[in-house]
Design a protein around this ligand. Structure first.
Ligand code: GUN
Length: 292
């Protein structure tokens, strides 16, 4: 079997087009665009690149965006004050605190400071708690896990009763995507760096979400034939045969997995474009909630 490719770029472009039309209507009705406030502290080049891409996407769909950029030696109070300034700014409907923060900054009080109404990253502990609780719904769900769920639905994958294995338990992806799959009535197993016999567990899975941050970690031989595989990883590896001397690979060994899976995402062009798109969607929702 050769897997069907789940094209995240295609889905993301379509949703971004829909958001762009919605922004036009919003501006006509209200006279101002939805706004995203970005807090970027530190000198992590990957974070700076993500923030550039997110702000460029804002511009493309017609959002206003404003960034508070702080040095690696910024203080807890400076970062929290930047969040508070966005809480108080009526032009800003959604706030993104790019993670990771510099090591001297405690993440939890910063994320708690984000107004629940503006928590478009879905990282406020109350929103995470609501995501985990039966019969409750958070105001916003985190971008990358939401992107994974949209791609599974777009690929026509049945979630109800499916065995889903999540590899990775980070606050940003593994944990929330496991909660979202559980809410969608899948039977969920979370594997991580201490898991024993991971290949055997993955072989039971109808759905695999790979978010462990290790290049090409999941092999095709681990997969149940026909499984749906969502690869969240973006790992830079040296490759002197390319112009740049490097390329990006996922957490799944694509060449072997594509021969066994029923459907699979690529890296790049899979989950990555969806993450940005879901952030835009959450910001649109935050702006709409504000005016109704
Ligand atoms: N760092 C890595 N992924 C993310 C994300 O989705 N949102 C934020 N804020 N920081 C991140």
């Amino acid at each position: 079997m050769v897997a069907r490719i789940i094209d995240g770029k295609l889905v993301a472009d379509r949703i971004q087009d829909e958001i762009a039309s919605e922004v036009q209507q919003f501006v006509q009705q209200h006279g101002y665009p939805p706004g995203l406030g970005v807090v970027l502290a530190g000198d992590n080049p990957a974070s700076a690149q993500y923030v550039r891409m997110k702000r460029r996407a804002c511009e493309r769909v017609g959002f206003y965006s404003l960034a508070h950029t702080m040095t690696v030696s910024s203080t807890q109070a400076e970062v929290e004050d930047a969040v508070q300034a966005f809480n108080d700014d009526p032009r800003i409907h959604g706030i993104l605190v790019q993670l990771p923060l510099p090591k001297q900054i405690q993440e939890e009080p910063v994320l708690q400071r984000v107004s629940l109404d503006k928590d478009v990253d879905g990282f406020h502990p109350i929103n995470v708690g609501l995501l985990g609780m039966k019969g409750r719904e958070p105001l916003f769900t985190p971008a990358t896990p939401t992107g994974c769920m949209v791609l599974l639905r777009e690929a026509g994958v049945t979630l109800e009763g499916a065995n889903a294995v999540v590899i990775g338990r980070s606050n940003i992806v593994g944990l929330p995507v496991a909660l979202m799959l559980m809410k969608a009535n899948a039977t969920v197993t979370v594997c991580h760096s201490r898991t024993k016999n991971m290949a055997e567990i993955v072989r039971q899975a109808d759905i695999v979400i790979a978010a462990i941050g290790q290049p090409e970690y999941v092999k095709g031989s681990w997969l149940k034939p026909g499984a749906a595989v969502i690869d969240v990883g973006t790992n830079r590896i040296d490759d002197l045969s390319t112009d740049k001397g490097y390329r990006f690979v996922g957490d799944v060994e694509f060449s072997s997995a594509v021969e066994v899976a029923g459907a699979i995402t690529k890296v790049p062009g899979g989950v990555g474009p969806m993450t940005i798109t879901m952030l835009l969607q959450n910001t649109m929702k935050a702006a709409r909630r504000k005016v109704v």
